[in-house]
Structures are given as structure tokens and as C-alpha cells.
Design a protein around this ligand. Sequence first.
Ligand SMILES: NC(=O)c1ccc[n+]([C@@H]2O[C@H](COP(=O)([O-])OP(=O)(O)OC[C@H]3O[C@@H](n4cnc5c(N)ncnc54)[C@H](O)[C@@H]3O)[C@@H](O)[C@H]2O)c1
Length: 314
Amino acid sequence: MAKTLIIGACGQIGSELSAKLREKHGKDNIIASDIREGSEDIMNAGPFEVLDATDFHALQDTILHYDIDTVYLMAAMLSGTAEKFPMKAWQLNMDTLFNVLNLAKENKISKVFWPSSIAVFGPTTPKMDTPQQTVMEPSTVYGISKQAGERWCEYYFKRYGVDVRSIRYPGLISYKTPPGGGTTDYAIEIFHSAAKGEKYTSFLSEETALPMMYMDDAIKATIQLMEADADDVKVRSSYNLGGISFTPKVLADAIRKEIPDFEIDYEPDFRQPIADSWPSKIDDAEAQKDWNWQHEYDLEAMVSAMLKGVKSLK
Ligand SMILES: NC(=O)c1ccc[n+]([C@@H]2O[C@H](COP(=O)([O-])OP(=O)(O)OC[C@H]3O[C@@H](n4cnc5c(N)ncnc54)[C@H](O)[C@@H]3O)[C@@H](O)[C@H]2O)c1
């Protein structure tokens, strides 16, 4: 069985991806790694390495030591945090990608997953049903790094034959780990407040519509794309992934169907202009056509799964 390395395995996506891949392929075949130690669940459920993915030699040593075939690169600085530390974000997001792409170019690994984001789009992009190919003028550090990353992925595929695959994730909603500093984090925090019977103050305005997705769908899409035949993966920059689209007000209304006295107010902060520069709803026809993508969770199913999940943490 070929071995897989997950970089950034203690994060919001990496932790759930590690658990799913370990369940699917056996714990010894999935090596979780992160720059920091994570929960007992991640560290004890299979091999775990503390690894700084900006360190090329440390990364190469880990890959050779475990005879790694596939890498999922989930380490990055997210949109909200990146605006506070632009240079650090650029360095982390680009250096880790080049390290992994160059190891693939040297045939030390054969397959790479690297996530992009709806942040590659900008204020001049059509906001509704944003197509796969469109105007892309990102106005955030994070978006600029993701757009550059997409260009490099496609370049390494075309020039060196590197089998790199990518998804432009929308805002991902989950309860198992805290969110990592993104602009869509409100859609997670809101559930923690609602479940505790507390009022929630949203850092985005009530009418800010953004594309979102429940984590189970995102993990399913990631694995589906990685298992697709290479010939079917036509887009080598990054695939649009749609999911569901809603505003904080619509989300609060949906929560009120289960918790009728839930209260929300709105105090937009520095993340509002970031959200304003992003699309409201994404068209993912290419993913549907090329590797049969279909999301499962609609707004109601996501709200119900989140409330149940958040309550189970107590
Ligand atoms: N969560 C979302 O809604 C979302 C949406 C779009 C795209 N993405 C992308 O998906 C990926 C994962 O996102 P996430 O939400 O899980 O992020 P996260 O911040 O929750 O997790 C990132 C992990 O990377 C680790 N890390 C940081 N620097 C590292 C380094 N030098 N070496 C190794 N590990 C390091 C962190 O410790 C953290 O555990 C990122 O590329 C992100 O841009 C996420």
C-alpha cells in the first residue's frame, strides 16, 4: 500500500482528512504531520511527525523515511490572519508549495493535493454563479498567494508532468476543531454560541452571501478528486467547488428553526471588505463533469449536523 503524508494535519481540514484516510487505508499508511502537536486523537491514531514544511530537507527526510507516495499539503496561513502578517503568509503559503512541487518534480513523490480557495477571485469577478474561468484579480494577500499557487501547480503539471490536483474550497463548516483564521469562520462560531444559549455577534454584515460547504462534503470531494483517473482531471490549476450559499441572516434563521430564541447582531470588522471582494455563489459544473462531483449537505442538513456535533462536544 502506497503511503500518504498529510502536512498541516492538526488543522481544521487536515484533522478530519487524516481520520478519514486512516479509516479508509489503514492507520499505518497515513502519516500525519504538523509544525505543532495536535489533539491526542490525531497524534495517537497513527504515525505522527512534528514537521515544518518550509524546511525542504526535513520534509524530504520524512518523505524518504516513510517512502511516501502522495502528499496532501494543508498547511497555510488563512485569509484573516494573512492580512495581519502579509509577508509571513506569502512565505508560508508559497515556500511549502514549492517544497512539495519540487519533490514531486524530482520523482520523490508521485501525487500532490494542494487546496486553493474562493479567495482567488476578487472584486471584478462576477459574483453570482462564478464560472471556472473568469476574471481573477484577488485583493487579499491570501488570495494572491492562492492564485499564484494555482498558476504554479498548472505550470508544474504542464512543464514537468507533476500530478497535482486542487480544489478551490468555499468556506468550510465543521465542529471538531476550531477554525483557522478565515473570513468564513463566523459560520462556525455561530453554532458554538447558539448551542450554549448565547447571543452571537457576527463579524460580517447580515446580507453578506458567501459560498460555504459542510466539512464531510469537502473531505469527500478531496478524496474523490485524488482517486479520479489522471486523464479525467482536466483542470490542473484548481477546480471550483460550489456547495451552499447563504448570508449570516439566512443562517441565523435556519438555526432558529431548531433554537427559536437564538439571537444575533452584526458588527462588521476588517474581514468585511475581504468577504465583499469574494463571490456569493460558485458554479462547479467542471467538477461535476470531470469527476462526477455532487454535494450532499444543503443548508438544513448542515445546520442540523452542526448543532448535533457542537452539542456532542460538551
Ligand atoms: N478552512 C477553510 O474554510 C478553507 C477554505 C478554503 C481553503 N482552505 C485551505 O485549506 C488548507 C487547510 O486549511 P485549514 O482550515 O485546515 O487551516 P488551519 O489553519 O486550520 O490548519 C493549518 C495547519 O497547518 C499547520 N502549519 C502551519 N505552518 C506550518 C508549517 N510551516 N509546517 C507544517 N504545518 C504548518 C498549522 O499548525 C495548522 O494545524 C489551507 O491551504 C487553506 O488555505 C481552507
